[in-house]
Write a protein that binds this ligand. Structure first.
Ligand code: PEP
Ligand code: MN
Length: 336
């Protein structure tokens, strides 16, 4: 059960609601986000929703049987829009493009990428400054100094930044330089990190865990939401299966299922999803047809020289072709 409380509710009125719901044997969690106050009730007993719904102080009430509640479409039918300012929005019925290198490598690379994005009217740049690498001997990112360089160039070009935060201690120093925090696939169930991102006034994109289920991804989003931050996006980036012909198996099913189950924007990452440069485009286009609200992918002037993930990174010519085709497929989808 989810109860949305009226903004100016008195402590006494709230107490009466809590008492009533507790009498129904529901365990109540108080959720305060930047946008609203909720009571989330977990219980099994059947009851007539009108018995609670008529009480003063309640602006909305729903029974949500899913494990996750506040991120469910059963609770909020209207899709969530992520507003990054300056007219840049990520929303249902739109197609956000986020492109850039796997890793931020230096000023020249940043400038070249920004030019490429500007030429193609792409407003959001991706890139990692803290890189989760399978081997500790691989390039692990430029860190906060790289982010500051990137921020300076991106701000003056009107480009927004999405970048991965790997641990709680990085949040504070990254905060002024980030437009979207990315939670990587290896951190989807880092519940301390998710809790802390709930306290942050910046949007968060959560990737699906490498072996994570759709339900687990939604429950991870519920962590951030219930800790206070409603500005969330879900990202399908491929899962590990028995298949060895591709790096991961892009679960296109997940895109349409997530769209049905949640009001949050769903973003596809075909680069990590398949992990092979020549196949990124068809997978990206398929994801758009499946209903993705945006695509995040890797591009680099010279992928063969990229510090990480070069094998799945598009050069700028390939990237331009992808952008043009994604826009065509998006128009087709919306016209159907
Ligand atoms: C990345 O975006 O470069 C990345 C490391 O992604 P993932 O967490 O999906 O592996
Ligand atoms: Mn990568």
């Amino acid at each position: 059960m989810i109860i949305q409380l009226e903004k100016e509710i008195s402590a006494k009125t709230k107490e009466e609601i809590v008492r009533k719901v507790s009498d129904l044997k529901y365990k109540i969690t108080d959720v305060k986000t930047q946008k609203g106050d909720y009571l989330v009730g977990i219980g099994k007993q059947e009851f007539d929703i009108r018995d609670v719904g008529h009480m003063p102080g309640i602006s909305d009430i729903h029974i949500v049987s899913d494990d996750y509640k506040l991120v469910s479409r059963k609770w909020k039918v209207n899709p969530t829009t992520i507003d990054l300012g300056d007219g840049v929005c990520i929303e249902e019925g739109g197609m956000a493009i986020m492109a850039g290198p796997c890793s931020i490598e230096g000023e020249e690379q940043i400038d070249k990428t920004i030019n490429h994005l500007k030429e193609n009217d792409v407003k959001i740049m991706r890139g990692g400054v803290y890189k989760p690498r399978s081997s500790p001997y691989s390039f692990r990112g430029m860190g906060i100094e790289g982010l500051k360089l990137w921020y300076k160039a991106a701000r003056s070009a009107g480009i927004k930044i999405i970048t991965e935060v790997m641990q709680v201690s990085q949040i504070e120093e990254m905060l002024p330089y980030v437009d979207i925090f990315q939670v990587g696939a290896r951190n989807t169930q880092n519940f301390n990190l998710l809790d802390e991102l709930g306290l942050v006034d910046k949007p968060v994109l959560i990737k699906r865990g490498i072996s994570g289920t759709i339900n687990e991804l939604l429950s991870s989003a519920e962590y951030v939401f219930s800790a206070g931050n409603e500005n969330l996006m879900l990202c399908e980036r491929g899962i590990r299966t028995y298949e060895k012909a591709s790096r991961n198996t892009m679960d296109i099913n997940a895109i349409t299922i997530l769209k049905e189950k949640s009001h949050l924007p769903v973003i596809a990452d075909p680069s990590h999803g398949i992990g092979i440069r020549d196949h990124v485009e068809p997978v990206a286009l398929a994801c758009i047809m499946a209903g993705a609200d945006g695509v995040i992918y890797e591009t680099h002037e010279k992928p063969e020289e990229a510090y990480s993930d070069g094998q799945q990174t598009l050069n700028f010519r390939e990237s331009k072709k992808l952008i043009d085709r994604m826009r065509k497929v998006f128009d087709l989808r919306e016209s159907m």
